[in-house]
Design a protein around this ligand. Structure first.
Ligand code: BDP
Length: 336
């Protein structure tokens, strides 16, 4: 929260504007047409994120009478996620849908949502991201050259592997587990005695197949759409991470838009997030059905408390290293 207050103060915005989530920076830079934006997306074309962002582009182009528009490149063809985040910050790519997981390496404040079990439910996550927590994180992203247009759903991440069902943290002992590129996730796996391997999303299938790693963790739609279920058939519902995703625009691109176009882009971003969330819920069920039909053995975890206990060392380390983020962590933890 402190950082969003600081940002707003630095650019002379009142709290009313801040609360509306619209940081009207239109006075910065000339208002030029931006009809050929390029967007980055890691997912295949038929995926809730992909449909959400296509909808965003359609709305923007219609409402801005073609002054603003562009194309989204699916399947990570514009590069890996950490590279794409840099490219969007630099303005070489105009926008993208990023998991706040890898974002933590660039915007450390976003690590707060990568803490295990921090959100109590999807609804609570939506409320917080659409409210105070999202506004604070948007301020931190803006300081690093990114403007949040909408928060997409990425469900809850669970462990999967090719060896056995996971029921207790000890089951992960000695297991080689792929994680997203963020030190926080390395510590998370180590807290349970596993060996963490940070790796690009695109490499995981082959690494599971050849035994470079034994397992990974992800939500059901990603586990299914990447065919990881074919090479790692035990899916254990730990649901240890609920990490929202950001439809983020480069601040460089944003600053070239007129105030009217910024408002259109912002509204389209928010609407696309609402659409994506609906699609997400349906896809989660479909993906679960598909992987089970494909031979996945799904197990629920009767008691998640031992996972929470094991991972509490991650919290302690994080708060020791980032005392200024205690306020944001508490805001989320204490919310209903
Ligand atoms: C998916 C996210 C995607 C990440 C991927 C991963 O939507 O942004 O790159 O997980 O595990 O759920 O790398």
């Amino acid at each position: 929260m402190r950082s969003v207050l600081k940002t707003c103060r630095a650019i002379g915005l009142g709290t009313a504007v801040m609360a509306s989530g619209v940081l009207a920076l239109s006075s910065v830079g000339p208002a030029v047409a931006k009809d050929s934006m390029r967007g980055w997306n890691i997912h295949v074309e038929d995926y809730p994120v992909s449909h959400g962002v296509e909808q965003f582009l359609k709305d923007v182009s219609q409402q801005a009478d073609g002054r603003v528009g562009g194309k989204i490149f699916h399947g990570g063809v514009l590069g890996s996620q950490p590279d794409a985040i840099e490219q969007v910050r630099l303005g070489a790519i105009d926008f993208g849908v990023f998991s706040l997981g890898p974002m933590g390496q660039v915007v450390p404040e976003t690590n707060v949502v990568s803490l295990q079990f921090i959100f109590k439910s999807m609804d609570q996550m939506y409320r917080l991201m659409d409210g105070e927590a999202g506004a604070a994180i948007d301020g931190d992203l803006q300081n690093k050259g990114l403007v949040a247009l909408g928060w997409y759903d990425a469900g809850a991440r669970s462990f999967y592997n090719s060896i056995k069902p996971i029921n207790t943290p000890a089951d992960l002992g000695g297991m080689k587990v792929r994680v997203m590129n963020n030190d926080l996730f390395v510590v998370m796996i180590e807290s349970m005695g596993g060996n963490a391997t940070p790796m690009a999303f695109a490499e995981v299938f082959q690494s599971l197949k050849t035994g470079v790693v034994d397992g990974a963790e992800n939500n059901p739609p990603s586990y299914e759409s990447t065919n990881h279920f074919e090479v790692a058939k035990y899916y254990s519902l730990s649901e240890h991470l609920i990490i929202p995703e950001c439809l983020c625009m480069s601040k460089k691109t944003w600053d070239t838009l007129s105030a009217d176009d910024q408002a259109i882009v912002k509204a389209a971003g928010k609407a696309s997030a609402e659409y994506q969330r609906e699609l997400w819920r349906a896809r989660e069920t479909q993906s679960m059905d598909a992987v089970k039909a494909g031979g996945t053995v799904v197990n629920t975890i009767a008691d998640k408390a031992p996972f929470q206990d094991a991972m509490s060392s991650v919290y302690d380390k994080f708060l020791d290293e980032n005392p200024d983020l205690t306020e944001l962590v508490d805001l989320i933890r204490e919310a209903d």
